[in-house]
Every structure is written in C-alpha cells, then in structure tokens.
Design a binder for this molecule. Structure first.
Ligand code: TRP
Length: 449
C-alpha cells in the first residue's frame, strides 16, 4: 500500500479559525437565541456557559487529542489508537459515529443552510410593508415548495463540496481565513446597529440578569445539549480537525480559545437579535421560527432594512458553511484515506449521497409532512437521533475510552498540560462528563424529570 500523507494545518491560527468556524454555526445564531428566549434568558445563559466550560471543554480536549493521536480518518484513527494501546476493537465505534453522524447531520443541516441562502435573496427583495401574517405566510409557502427547497439545498451542498474537494489547505483553510473575519465583521455591524436602534438595555437585562425562577430540569438539560451541539462535539468534525493538528500545538489552550469564541459569538448573536425583538414587540420565546418569521418583520420596517436583512442572512449562511465543511470532511476523509477514493471524487460522491438523503428532510416540510412516527416527521426523527442519541452517546464513549480504557500516561504525553490542569481535566472526563451526559440522555429519551 502507498504511504499515506495526512494533511496538517499550516498554522495554529488556521486551525483555530477552522475549529471556531466549525463550532460557530446555525447552532449559535439560529438555535441559541430562541433556546435562551424559551429558557427565560439570563439563567439559561449562565447554565449554558457552565456546561460549555465544565463538560464541553473537557470533551473537546478529549476529541481533539483522539484525532491528533490517530492521524487519519476517524475510523482509522481509532484503529490506530486501539492497536497502539492493545484495546478491544469495539472502540472503533467512536470512529464510525464520526462518519455516520456527520453524514446524517449534514443531510438536514444543508437544507437549513439552503434556507439561509434563500433568505439573503428574499431580504434583498425587501420585506417592506409586510405584516407578521404575510411574513409567516411567505415562510410557509417557501417550506411548502419542495422544488425551491431542493434547489437551495443543492446550492448549499455544492458550495460545501467545492470547498472540501480542494483539500485541507487549499479548501478548508483558505475558506475559513476569508469567511471567519467576514462573519466577525458582519456580526459587529449588526450588534452595533442593534445597540443604536434596538432595545439594548432591555436585552442586557434579559440576557445577563438571571431569573432563576425560569429554571427547571428541562431547561438545564436543554442547555447542556446545546453546549454539545454548539461545540460540534461527538460526530467527527472535531476529531478530524484534530487529526490535522501539529504535535507542537497545545490542545488545552486551543480548546479554551475555541469555547470562548463559540460562546462569545452565541452571546453576540443574542445581542444582535433581542434588541430588535424587543424594540418591535416580538416574542423572545418565538421558537425555531424566531429568525425566519419574526426578524423579517423588523427588516421590513427599519431604515436600510433590505441591506441589514441581507447582511444578517449572509452572516447566517457564512456561519453555516464553515460548519458544513467540517461535517463533510469526516465523510470525505473516510472515503479518501480508508477507502482509497481520490479526494475530488470522494467529495462529489459523499456530498451527493448526503444531498439525496437531505431530500427526505426537504419533503418532511411538504409532501411527506403527513408521514409522522415516534418524534414527528422524518426530519424530526433524524434531528432527534443525531442530537439526542448519537451525539451524547459518542461523547460519553469518548470520555470513558480516554478516562478509563487507554493509559493515563498516553494522555499526559498527548496533552502536555500543567499537572494541576491535567488533574482537573482527568477528573472531569472520568467522573463528571459520563454521569452528566448519561443524565441528559435519560432525560431526552425517556423524559424522566
Ligand atoms: N456546531 C455547529 C453549529 O453550531 C454544527 C456542527 C458542526 C456540529 N459540526 C458538528 C454539531 C458536529 C454536532 C457535531 O451550528
């Protein structure tokens, strides 16, 4: 067999941008604000931050180091580590979670990514003069049209394939070094706009003064699930990005930086959205429709609305693209490095298969919306399976594998952390993460609390 050349990021900066790009996505800008809104604001934010740093960061460190130690596609990385440590082959399942999980998540992530592209165009056309009902009707009409949804889904997937096909350095890295600064700039413009034109004080109050009466078990568990999704944990993205990481880079520090940037952007998204929500008398607990059905009302009324609206959806699209490439990458790395299929072909084959599966999500909003079982439509079930079963399960398996199965010395070597930081991380990953994740899964699956 030919000697395989596994790519590496050209710099620490490139890696950090890529990892932050993966983490920052629809989860931060679309999901976080409405979950915070439903969870009562400040108290949810506080708990969310707690989970990001005490459960998320330790698992992030774990997943990055598994990738770096394995130096290959997620499946082969796990095989390499298992071989080195002389452990049962069972644990290769963590690698499979990476390939299959990323495949499934991207199939619907790309459909929502398509919505963001469509809404750039709709915003430019202007929501002027439309009332709340018109805007909701427009959104429903959009969802009811499978052809339109499929075309935007195809466009989003094509962009993702195009970037990933060009490889780690020429594709992923080049894209994030251009897109991440763009995302950050748009974000700052929107927060400044919201601060000047919106109900900013009310927002600060809402997001940062915790009202603990809104808290209950469900909100707490929701906050934890959100912290996992937002950090891209458990489904290959972080492991594959870790495999492109140089030995000299400090994983602990990197994980803290990624988590700080990820929660920073989530908070900024809140600061951009809620001032508009409050200023226009909209409901902070608007649910998943918060972005697509309420903000356009405001864009229709404010000065420069079409421009600000288009900027906003462009921001969302950019955030989604830098995440979707991290979901296609584990699939392509598997086809390329484990199956020996050339990279461009791997990207097209993997991406097209994901596109086809995504059509089920497209149809869940129209032709097949009547087909419901278990948690709802096909899309609802796919979302539930990945978010609430595969992701936490994989996180827990990684924590157990690293905390209990492989040698402590291997991790001391891999992480090269100061000894008291190492001790803290090791404690969290052995005891706290598995228990906390176990509780979340029990709740999400059986609704026990
Ligand atoms: N974190 C991204 C977001 O917030 C989504 C994402 C990318 C993801 N890769 C992932 C979620 C891997 C779970 C697992 O939108």
């Amino acid at each position: 067999m030919a000697i395989k050349q596994h790519a590496h990021w050209t710099s620490r900066w490139a890696f950090l941008l890529a990892a932050v790009g993966s983490a920052v996505g629809l989860g931060n800008i679309w999901k976080f604000p409405y979950e915070a809104g439903e969870g009562g604001g400040g108290a949810f934010v506080l708990i969310y931050l707690f989970f990001v740093f005490f459960i998320g960061v330790p698992v992030l460190i774990t997943e990055l180091s598994l990738g770096r130690r394995g130096q290959s596609s997620t499946v082969e990385s796990m095989l390499n580590i298992i071989g080195e440590e002389g452990k049962p082959r069972f644990w290769v399942i963590i690698g499979w979670f990476g390939v299959i999980g990323a495949f499934l998540v991207l199939s619907f992530y790309s459909v929502i990514g398509g919505w963001t592209l469509a809404y750039i165009v709709k915003a430019l056309g202007g929501f002027t003069g439309l009332g709340a009902d018109d805007i909701a009707a427009q959104f429903n009409e959009f969802l009811a049209n499978p052809i339109e949804l499929s075309l935007w889904h195809a466009a989003f997937m094509a962009l993702t394939i195009f970037i990933v096909a060009r490889g780690v350095n020429q594709g992923l890295e080049k894209a994030v070094t251009f897109l991440m600064p763009a995302l950050f700039s748009i974000m700052v413009v929107l927060v400044l706009y919201a601060a000047v034109a919106g109900a900013f004080l009310e927002t600060l109050d809402f997001l940062f003064i915790p009202d603990f009466s809104a808290l209950n078990a469900e909100v707490i568990l929701q906050a934890m699930g959100q912290s996992f999704f937002s950090l891209s944990l458990g489904l290959g993205s972080i492991m594959i990005y870790g495999s492109y990481l140089d030995r000299k880079i400090n994983i602990g520090q990197s994980a803290l930086t990624i988590a700080a940037a990820d929660s920073g952007v989530a908070l900024m998204a809140g600061l951009a959205i809620f001032p508009i929500v409050f200023a226009y008398g909209l409901e902070p607990s608007g649910g998943p429709g918060l972005l697509f059905t309420t903000l356009p009302i405001a864009f229709g009324q404010m000065p420069f609305g079409p421009l600000i609206g288009a900027l906003f959806f462009a921001l969302l699209a950019v955030a989604a693209i830098t995440s979707s490439i991290s979901l296609l990458e584990p699939v392509v790395a598997y086809l390329n490095e484990t199956r020996g299929i050339e990279r461009i072909r791997s990207s097209i084959i993997g991406g097209s298969a994901i596109f086809l599966l995504g059509l089920l999500t497209v149809l869940s909003f129209n032709a097949l919306s009547g087909v419901t079982f278990f948690k709802g439509t096909l899309f609802d079930n796919l979302d539930f399976l990945t978010n609430n079963i595969l992701m936490p399960m994989s996180g827990m398996l990684m924590a157990v594998f690293v905390g209990w199965i492989i040698k402590r010395q291997s991790m001391i070597e891999e992480l090269a952390m100061e000894s008291h930081f190492f001790a803290l991380w090791y404690f969290l990953i052995r005891f706290v993460s598995p228990v906390a994740i176990g509780l979340v899964m029990l709740e999400l699956i059986f609704d026990i609390f």
